[in-house]
Design a protein around this ligand. Structure first.
Ligand code: BGC
Length: 414
């Protein structure tokens, strides 16, 4: 009979452990208060499974800086296990041949049954899963400080006309009407909500998803641009360059009355200990109550060589879709679970409204992808349109008609 010497046994045990535990490096841009709490849920989940979490956070709302860093890492052959990649960019990365096929896990865990089909389709390349989703963010929201509204004698607006009435009242009361951060993705976020509210879901789809030239050139788009520029008049002079979470903080403190932002803003209110319905209020952005701009955060999974790291990556993808994680993560993130059929008992009324509208708008065709958050068009086209929208926002000499002409040209960018 062979006996294993003590030291040998120890070495064997260590070898087993390290075969199980892997490194999981995850690129994301969740660095604000609420976002960081949500990211910490992911880290804790992976650590509980015995893996080593390697945080690859690249600050910058909307993720433009994160995407630049990701490109240089992948080009140098040093991809992370997972990266926060969304919408058509998932297909762009898959075409490069660098993403891992997750079908074995997806089949075993029945992802096709757990996810809405439209979302599942976007996570697949040539029929195979290459990314795992964490949530559904709604972008077309308006957030407001009820005390500030009260002081101004204003009410939470449901139309763009009401919005400007409220903004005027807030201004008269000495409160900054609209908290805004002048960064191009924030300008674009406001723009898409104005487009949806002024033009409706069919217009939005034709103009900003199908990029139909006639619609982009038409009178509705002109009205969208005029309305969008009018919003700027109610922002403060320190807006340029401000981070979105600092804009949310202005609403939290009552320095500003309203913010047009996706529901990651709710994560900030909640992280600051604020209670929805009491300390802050939410509503669909003006004119958009019957539509829904969706933004699904998902992790694309890169091909890895090391088997322990591959196992950690599989565990990450599996954990992301578990009911426990879907709940704890989304409670912090401000979004709703992407997994179907979960109970929302612990979620607040904003999340419940979002979930109900998500289902309702999917039936009416008014569920539309967010162009400002990488869900609607290829990244090059998105970038070109985003630039025009920001140039128009910033340049008070550019007329809406001039901006419209540039928009039509930008939409042709491939
Ligand atoms: C992401 C959110 C993030 C927000 C601000 C969006 O594009 O989908 O997860 O919180 O940007 O950084």
């Amino acid at each position: 009979m062979t006996t294993i010497p003590r030291l040998g046994a120890l070495a064997l045990a260590c070898a087993c452990l390290s075969a199980r535990a892997g490194d999981v490096e995850v690129l994301h841009w969740w660095t604000s208060g609420g976002e960081a709490k949500a990211a910490a849920e992911l880290k804790a989940t992976m650590q509980k499974k015995g893996h080593v979490w390697k945080d690859f956070a690249v600050a910058g709302g909307g993720g433009d800086s994160a995407m630049t860093v990701l490109k240089s890492r992948v080009v140098s052959g040093n991809a992370p296990a997972a990266a926060q990649i969304k919408g058509p960019s998932i297909q762009e990365w898959a075409r490069e041949g660098v993403l891992a096929n997750m079908d074995t896990l997806a089949k075993a865990e029945k992802w096709d049954e757990l996810l809405p089909k439209a979302i599942a389709d976007g996570l697949k390349y040539k029929g195979s899963y290459v990314a795992a989703p964490v949530n559904v963010h709604r972008v077309n929201w308006i957030w407001a400080n009820p005390e500030a509204l009260k002081k101004a004698g204003a009410k939470l607006p449901t139309t763009w006309d009401e919005f400007f009435v409220a903004a005027e009242a807030l201004k008269k009361a000495g409160i900054i009407p609209v908290a805004h951060g002048g960064q191009n993705w924030q300008d674009f976020t406001t723009f898409e909500s104005v487009a949806l509210g002024v033009g409706g879901a069919d217009f939005y789809k034709k103009a900003l998803v199908q990029l139909d030239a006639a619609t982009l050139q038409g009178p509705t788009m002109l009205k969208v641009l005029e309305t969008f520029k009018k919003v700027k008049g109610y922002t403060d002079k320190n807006a340029p360059g401000r981070d979105w979470n600092l804009a949310t903080a202005m609403v939290i403190k009552g320095e500003a009355g309203m913010q047009l932002m996706g529901d990651w803003a709710k994560g900030e209110f909640v992280a600051a200990g604020k209670v929805p319905g009491k300390d802050f209020v939410c509503a669909a952005a003006p004119g958009t109550a019957k539509s829904f701009t969706y933004n699904v955060d998902s992790f694309a999974l890169f091909q890895l060589k090391n088997t322990a790291n591959q196992k950690a990556q599989q565990d990450l993808a599996s954990a992301i879709l578990s009911p426990e994680f879907q709940e704890s993560f989304n409670l912090n993130k401000g979004s709703i679970p992407v997994r179907l059929g979960l109970k929302l008992d612990k979620f607040d009324d904003c999340a419940k409204l979002s979930a109900a509208d998500f289902v309702a708008t999917a039936k009416t065709g008014a569920l539309v992808p967010s162009i400002a958050h990488g869900m609607a068009v290829p990244s090059a086209t998105e970038g070109a349109i985003k630039d025009v929208v920001s140039q128009f926002w910033n340049d008070d000499k550019m007329s809406p008609a001039q901006a419209q002409g540039r928009l039509v040209t930008a939409a042709r960018t491939k």
